[in-house]
Design a protein. Sequence first.
Length: 87
Amino acid sequence: MTTEYQVRLDRSACDGVFACLVRDDRFVEDSDGLATIDAGDDGRHRDPNANGEELVTFTDERLPAAEQAARACPVDAIEVLVEGDDE
Ligand code: SF4
């Protein structure tokens, strides 16, 4: 089931607990010790802005993993936004 969704990571809120990494391996540790999103080949529109926020659009079957990572984050730094209906 392919779904288009966006994953938003607020790096200013992230405290490097890395609960997200074990739920979804698209979250990786960056050189500054905080999480970052590995957009990979499937990701598009990575737009880190001045606040350190990352927003990546994915179209794949991995929405559940992203949602698990968002739920696991103790500081709610991850938000998953479903853009469209299932295809
Ligand atoms: S679980 Fe949340 S606070 Fe921890 S590394 Fe991931 S985004 Fe950052």
